[in-house]
Design a protein around this ligand. Structure first.
Ligand SMILES: [Zn+2]
Length: 99
């Protein structure tokens, strides 16, 4: 994953007590930045989520007021076809837990 890649959110569930905000499984986003935290966790920032927030890193157990980022494992690269369409039914079929 690199800046400019179109990715699909595949996991918007809360892994910890702190709720996930601003991403939704099945939707396509554009990677703005990929970075590795000093604890080793890899995060992405998204063009579509251009907001500052008190973000918490589970690895560091540190909260920092910064542009929102999300764990890279919440996303996978979108295929060519998927990139052209914003949302389609395939997302629902692939992720039945949404229902
Ligand atoms: Zn960290």
């Amino acid at each position: 994953m690199k800046p400019g890649d179109r990715v699909i959110c595949i996991d918007d569930r809360n892994w910890y007590a702190i709720p996930v905000r601003c991403i939704c499984a099945g939707l396509i986003y554009t990677v703005n930045e990929v970075f590795t935290c000093k604890c080793g966790n890899v995060y992405v920032r998204l063009l579509e989520v251009d907001k500052y927030y008190n973000m918490w890193c589970a690895g560091c157990d540190v909260t920092e007021y910064t542009k929102m980022f999300f764990h890279i494992e919440r996303f996978r690269l979108a295929g060519e076809e998927e990139s052209r369409e914003e949302i389609d039914e395939k997302a629902e079929i692939s992720f039945p837990y949404l229902n």
